[in-house]
Each structure stands twice: as structure tokens, then as C-alpha cells.
Design a protein around this ligand. Structure first.
Ligand code: 5RP
Length: 223
């Protein structure tokens, strides 16, 4: 199976976690896009969605799926999204698609985080994938220095030769070279750096369930 076929398989399997009549939180990225396309087939069964990025909102709307503003939503049973890495405790690195802050906000309102990912995303120790950190632009140099002091190699994410600007007007620093043995503590200490909007560690509130696409089918991990 190709990586895309594995992503499609977990996206389809995630439909089992969609609650009839509810508002569903929807993530960002290629795996989330497969999920959106699957969700379109059962859109009459849900009340609507909350999107974690402008790109996701556009794709949902293109399928005729209702997108609510998070401020108009009190609760959601599930948030369904991909990950860049996930460990055996359900902690994740997210933000490869630069949507980490809205992803963390929408996920925080949901009862359960359902992670959908191809099997390559499951790792023993996270950090091979550079950790994305969304920052206020004026804090780029100071946050980079603080990250370097932690042993990271910070790189400002560029698009067309300029800093990539997120949906929130922030910039993204990708922190490579980290061996993340204590994701909860690192999530907190990076968030404590002045100018950090949030970082892509989802450890204090990680995945509740992970649907992993493997060559022999979808493996369900519960945390
Ligand atoms: C976007 C994300 C994505 O969930 C993550 O990058 C995984 O993406 P993909 O499903 O394309 O592998 O965090 O900000």
C-alpha cells in the first residue's frame, strides 16, 4: 500500500468515531483532507464542523459541509486530525502544516482526540521531525536563542523566500535536533518562552485514540 492509501484507510476508519447529530472538530493536512472527503459522504448525519485552519474550512465548505465558528460551539465529542509523530503514550508532534495553534485550540474543546496517521508516524522517541513552534514575529531571534540553549537547531520556516505567515499572523520556527524524552515538560517550557504562541507538542492533552495505517490494516491504539 502507498502512504496515501494508508492515510485514506485511516481516514475512512475514523468515520466510526463520528457522532451522529454532533459538531466534529476537523484537523489540517493531507490525512485530514482524506478524512474531509470521507466525511462528505455522511455529511447529512452531522450538525457541522469546526475547522482548524482556513484551508480546512475551505475544503469542508467545498463539500457543502457546515463550518461553525468555535466561539459558537460549547462542546464537541471528537476532534479528528493527523500527526507528524506520535509516541507510545499518545503524545504527538504536530504543525507540519503550520496549523498547530488552531489545532490545539479546537482539540482543547473536544472530549476526545482521534489521531489518524500512517504507520511511519509512530516513533519510540519524538524529535526526528523538527518541532514546529508558532511565534510572534518580533520574538524570532530571542526564541531561537532560547531554543538553541535547550540544544535545538532552530530554523525559521520560509515560503517563497519569506517567512511563512500562519492563519494567525505568526511565524513558525522548526526546532530540529531535539530528542524529546519528556514531552510534557518540554511542551510547558517552550510555551513559557516570551513570544511563543504555542508549540507543536501535544503531550499534556495528547491523543485518546490513534488509528494507524499499517500494511495489514488499521491498528487501533488507545491511550
Ligand atoms: C498540520 C498538522 C498535520 O496534522 C501534520 O502535519 C500531519 O500532516 P499529514 O497528514 O499531511 O502527514 O499538524 O499542522
Amino acid at each position: 500500500m502507498t502512504q496515501d492509501e494508508l492515510k485514506q484507510a485511516v481516514a475512512r476508519a475514523a468515520l466510526d468515531y463520528v457522532v451522529d447529530g454532533a459538531i466534529i472538530g476537523v484537523g489540517t493536512g493531507s490525512t485530514a483532507n482524506f478524512f474531509i472527503d470521507e466525511l462528505a459522504n455522511i455529511k447529512s448525519r452531522i450538525k457541522g464542523t469546526v475547522a482548524s485552519s482556513e484551508a480546512t474550512a475551505a475544503r469542508l465548505k467545498s463539500h457543502g459541509i457546515t463550518v461553525f465558528d468555535l466561539n459558537d460551539v460549547d462542546a464537541m465529542p471528537v476532534y479528528i486530525d493527523g500527526a507528524d509523530e506520535i509516541d507510545a503514550s499518545g503524545a504527538m508532534i504536530k504543525g507540519g502544516g503550520a496549523a498547530l495553534t488552531r489545532e490545539k485550540i479546537v482539540a482543547s474543546v473536544a472530549d476526545k482526540f482521534i489521531c489518524i496517521a500512517d504507520g511511519s508516524k509512530l516513533v519510540e522517541v519524538m524529535g526526528q521531525f523538527p518541532l514546529p513552534i508558532e511565534i510572534i514575529p518580533m520574538a524570532c531571534a530571542s526564541v531561537s536563542r532560547s531554543l538553541a540553549a535547550l540544544g535545538a537547531k532552530p530554523v525559521l520556516r520560509l515560503k517563497d523566500g519569506h517567512p511563512l505567515v500562519t492563519d494567525n499572523g505568526g511565524w513558525i520556527i522548526d526546532a530540529g535536533g531535539l530528542k524529546i524524552t519528556n514531552p510534557r515538560a518540554l511542551e510547558q517550557s517552550i510555551n513559557d518562552m516570551p513570544g511563543v504562541i504555542t508549540n507543536g507538542l501535544f503531550a499534556r492533552k495528547g491523543a485518546d485514540v490513534c488509528l494507524l495505517g499499517m500494511a495489514d490494516g488499521v491498528t487501533v491504539l488507545k491511550f
